[in-house]
Design a binder for this molecule. Sequence first.
Ligand SMILES: [Zn+2]
Length: 399
Amino acid sequence: MPSTPLHCPRCGTGAEDFSGCGACRAEGIGANPVPPLADLSGLSLRTYPGGPWGWPSTLPVTGPPVTLGEGGTPNVRVPLTEGADGDDGGDGELWVKYEGANPTGSHKDRAMSVGVAAAVAAGADTVAAASSGNAGAAAAAYAARAGLRCVVFTTDEVPEPLRAQIDALGAVRVVRKDSPTRNAAMREAVERFGWYPLTSFAAPSPGGNAYANEGYKSVAYEIARDFGDRVSAVVVPTSRADLLSGIERGFRELRTAGLLSRVPRLVAAEPDAAAPFTAALARSAPEEQERTSVPYRPSPAFSLGEERPTWQGLDALRRSDGSAVAVPTEVFMAEHRSSGARGLFLEPSSAVGVAVARRWVREHGGLVVAVGTATGLKATAGIRGMEPTTIPELSRLTP
Ligand SMILES: [Zn+2]
């Protein structure tokens, strides 16, 4: 099925499909085969227009782009202390790269834009995605754009706004009771009908479609274009680490081509309810790290939480001298509220990243970029539990 060959970055085995490396899976490890890194020599960050298609030669897809104008998202400075407006004179800087500004409101658009283009190039008529929400909405949008049928495998845990978004974009939803049965249904469809898989469906999860993930490299290109060598760390809300490992690959390409003098430290941000990367890095031996397993517990950060770390996520953290940090629900929900109070309405999962970045810049200083993965409109149920600020009578308003 793939046109550009994929190889497993852990064991070197070639791959025939998108179900992860079979040899590593036999060892109980989820590892995602990848295409070769792109050669960026001769390119200039100064003229990079942003987005995955800004530098189409960096993508493993031949054929026309499938695009809705994704990427080129804004950097929003966040004060380090309450009450400050921006430059609050500290030793560090905290920025949110706001991926909620993408067409379907999340970073997944960068991947699905490339993944659907790869599906078109492969001659597919139907794409399939197993998703807790954001990936399903992005898959639906880009499939609709390309004129392909899209089937999204979900559970009834999907937040109502995301369900509405997927339906409005014309995808068919197949609902199962939990993630394992959802993934089994997708696997059956991929194997029986030959549908093109845009997300992971194997266990342990190896990560999503390797071509689609190449779209995430553009996050690194944009950060490098906008901040150059000033960035000390990039904090990424992490579940299966598709975004994290894609960003690391982008930085590695830039570094290899001499467009960046160093790769920033990458930090995986996790809800402490289910934080496999934090648990893995607490162990010292690499073979123990990659076999780490934690119980899955849900949290308001519904896009995050896994049982096992993916191998390429651990690899990205090791290569960048990175780290993983878990934060409790009350900390990231407080960040969620304070971001909203400053005009940034983030998904709770994104607030996990901002909360970790805030802690990181306090402890290490430097310029830190947190990837704000999605808009708060994706999951509004938690908002109902917040104390609303309403004014019963106009006369109580102070002039
Ligand atoms: Zn392998």
